[in-house]
Write a protein that binds this ligand. Structure first.
Ligand code: IMP
Ligand code: MG
Length: 337
């Protein structure tokens, strides 16, 4: 049996989707289940020339043999879910926990209509903040109250715990990143829930004793969308000159770009209970690393960076992403097993 949690170590958009998709193909889990806030998340996964973007469906969907679940703690926007289920063709293997909180048009209107949320915090406007507020006030509907969701309902924690009891492999997919955790991030410039590994376990109804590994994903050059402190941020002139330009998956806003933050990485690894780390964007440290799949072929510059990062994180770096495509990755997890 093995249960692995994958979470973001910086401000989100670390490339978790691609890491989840790779691990899914390598480890063949029976269930991939999502935790995290809701459709404010945007994950992209590139397979060959095709780029997929998801907000509700777990990014592990590209691995076709797993059951895909949305854990009890996650907010579901039935319209976004329906659109993704249809366009991605995942009907029949996607399930929603009956207790998930529901995002209504009213939540979206309140999110977009609030100058505090939409301007000062820079929310994604997806209704998550107001929906979580209503959930805490115990007035929001649950998935089991929504007729269109009837065909997807499942007791997700029960399915996951049964799979683990049967010795099977499960992946728990986190969203967002450590720096925008409601508890540990740069409050008030944060999202509406904790985003750390413990929360992802709780979102899926999996107790802490059942977790074998926590993989924290860090970006060599972290990014942030929305407002709030970002201590290693560089000017957009500098990041443009370095050829780094990124746009949000959900809001299409230009992402702010920063340098490696060792102090934040260490603190984030600690709170997440990191057992192994993944680094994405190593090809930005040295272009010569683009697309590599073997550790020995990495350049000295890249290896030096990884050594520094490993010292900061205090955990082995076992996954190194060398480009956006699914197969552009170095996986040395076996060497640490
Ligand atoms: P909200 O979660 O839509 O309320 O937005 C609150 C803050 O979290 C804003 O700064 C958003 O840009 C940020 N945020 C929420 N979800 C994500 C994500 O998946 N990636 C990156 N930033 C996010
Ligand atoms: Mg994203």
């Amino acid at each position: 049996m093995s249960c692995t949690i994958i979470v973001g170590g910086f401000f989100g958009d670390e490339g978790k989707g691609k890491i989840v998709a790779h691990i899914a193909h390598a480890d063949e889990p029976v269930i991939i289940s999502r935790g995290g806030v809701g459709p404010n998340a945007g994950h992209t996964v590139q397979v060959g020339d095709h780029e997929y973007s998801v907000r509700m469906v777990p990014s592990g969907f590209v691995y076709k043999k797993a059951k895909l679940c949305i854990g009890s703690g996650v907010l579901v926007d039935p319209r976004v879910l329906k659109y993704e289920v249809e366009t991605l063709g995942v009907k029949g293997r996607i399930f929603v926990d009956k207790r998930c909180g529901i995002i209504t048009e009213d939540h979206i209107a309140r999110d977009k209509g609030s100058a505090f949320l939409s301007k000062k915090i820079g929310s994604t406007g997806s209704g998550c903040g107001p929906a979580n507020a209503d959930r805490v006030m115990r007035i929001s509907p649950q998935a089991k109250d929504v007729p269109e969701l009837a065909e997807y309902l499942l007791d997700v924690p029960l399915a996951i715990n049964n799979a683990l009891k049967g010795g099977q492999t499960v992946l728990l997919e986190g969203t967002q990143g450590f720096g925008i955790s409601l508890y540990y991030g740069t409050y008030p410039f944060v999202t509406s829930k904790d985003t750390s590994a413990s929360q992802i376990a709780a979102d899926n109804g999996v107790g802490p004793t059942k977790i074998d590994d926590v993989i924290v994903v860090f970006k060599a050059y972290p990014t942030r969308v929305g407002e709030g402190p970002f201590s290693t941020e560089m000017t957009s002139e500098k990041s443009d000159a370095m050829g780094i330009q990124e746009f949000g998956t959900v809001t299409h806003r230009k992402r702010r770009i920063g340098g490696w933050d060792g102090k934040m990485a260490r603190y984030s690894a600690m709170i997440n209970g990191c057992t192994q780390a993944a680094i994405t964007g190593i090809d930005r440290i040295d272009k010569a690393c683009f697309g590599l799949t073997e550790y020995s072929k990495l350049t000295k510059k890249a290896k030096d960076f990884l050594k520094t990062a490993e010292n900061d994180i205090c955990c082995p770096i076992t996954l190194i992403s060398t480009g956006p495509e699914l197969t552009q990755i170095i996986d040395i997890r076996k060497e640490y097993a």
